[in-house]
Write a protein that binds this ligand. Structure first.
Ligand code: PMP
Length: 389
């Protein structure tokens, strides 16, 4: 046998067409992508360093500045999912040995704590059970270089208050990092007015773009810290010295090759930000609140209990329900998937076994969809009862 002959045959699965069913994505993400965004994702590819692409990236930057309510020049999208933004934020602003304070009240804080530990930071976790929240007084007791908080804690369904925390961080010369992956577009956030130093989100939740891009913004304080480091960040791909050049944020005349950005993903992200700009943030926040309130009523009418008792702390995009007595949550979810082609999910990390989650985000955030979700739940409750009371 010659070295050039193929010994592994083409796999049979590859000779069959791809199958991707239509599903109602009423979990915590990804959400359904509207036809308008799907359509731009199918446009012909252009080069990632073509002038037209730079224009599209400049538009994305403007779209993110609006969505984040910031004038920060250092505003870009990661080529990667929300985790890429989490790692970019931590890797660039923290050096090994520096101390990071993380608010852990669900899975996202825990993830960021682990990311910071892996790059050698000295991590302090402030821990609450899922759904718990932190007072500004508790936060003020620590002296880290970076404080992390999840705005929309999607594993618990909590929307954490942000007001005043940025000022505390400033007073202590600490950077304030906020995760809005699950909340951007669904609940108000004002990066500049709330003195948030680093803010990121994801494409696949209320923005309704496909997964794979993640907007992030750094203010002057964050830039000062990350561009005056003694050590280089551990990641080449996520190094903001390179990414700021790629996104035309470093004031240099030429944008150089760093990595090949996800061209179609950026087309889709631009379209999703355009839809948000046309619709307006206030309108989007109002709609999420109204539909969530409608869903709460319907859930209570079904005899279900909401996991977050304080209405004002509920995340409008992802609603958590306490698992009803006499049911197996996995069975309820499997029933809903099988009979209604609808995704709802269980908990994540520490909230597993505590909650079921319904996400109605952006394009999916409609009362008709809430009705469909309630109808599917009612059907599952009727058919999956374990103990006959
Ligand atoms: N933060 C929050 C609050 C999230 O809900 C998610 C996604 N579920 C992430 C971060 C991580 O994003 P990704 O899955 O896109 O990496």
């Amino acid at each position: 046998r010659s070295m050039s002959s193929v010994t592994i045959p083409p796999p049979a699965c590859m000779l069959r067409p791809l199958e991707a069913p239509l599903r109602y994505l009423f979990g915590p993400g990804p959400s359904n992508v509207p036809p308008r965004i799907l359509a731009v994702g199918a446009k012909p590819i252009i080069g990632h360093l073509h002038p037209e692409m730079y224009e599209i990236m400049n538009d994305i930057k403007r779209g993110i500045q609006y969505a984040f309510q910031t004038e920060n020049n250092m505003t870009i999208s990661m080529s990667g999912s929300g985790h890429a933004a989490m790692e970019c934020a931590v890797f660039n602003t923290v050096e090994p040995g520096e101390s990071v304070l993380v608010a852990v009240n669900g899975i996202w804080g825990e993830r960021v704590a682990e990311i910071a530990e892996r790059m050698g930071a000295n991590v302090h976790r402030m821990v609450k059970t899922p759904g718990g929240y932190f007072s500004n007084k508790e936060i003020e007791q620590h002296k880290p270089v970076l404080f992390f908080l999840t705005h929309g804690e999607s594993s618990a369904g909590l929307c954490h208050p942000v007001d005043g925390i940025g000022d505390i961080c400033r007073k202590h010369n600490c950077l304030f990092l906020v995760d809005t992956v699950a909340s951007l577009g669904a609940a108000p956030i004002f990066m500049d007015k709330q003195n948030i130093d680093i803010l990121y989100t994801g494409s696949q939740k209320a923005l309704n773009a496909p997964p794979g891009t993640a907007p992030i913004s750094f203010n002057e304080r964050a830039c000062h810290k990350m561009f005056n480091r003694k050590t280089k960040p551990v990641s080449y791909l996520f190094d903001m010295t390179h990414l700021s050049n790629y996104w035309g944020c470093d004031g240099k005349p030429a944008r150089l090759y760093h990595h090949t950005g996800p061209v179609s993903g950026f087309f889709a992200l631009r379209e999703s930000l355009a839809i948000l700009a046309e619709r307006g943030l206030e309108e989007s926040w109002k709609k999420h609140k109204e539909v969530a309130a409608y869903l709460y009523r319907g859930l209570e009418d079904l005899g279900l209990k909401l996991f977050i008792p304080e209405r004002d702390l509920r995340l409008p995009s992802v609603t958590t329900i306490a698992i009803p007595d006499g049911y197996e949550w996995r069975e309820l979810l499997a029933y809903i998937m099988k009979h209604h082609q609808m995704e709802m999910t269980g908990g994540l990390g520490p909230s597993i076994g505590m909650v079921m989650r319904i996400g109605l985000m952006g394009y999916n955030c409609e009362k008709t969809n809430a009705d469909m979700a309630l109808n599917a739940l009612a059907d599952a409750l009727k058919n999956c009862k374990k103990s006959k009371a």
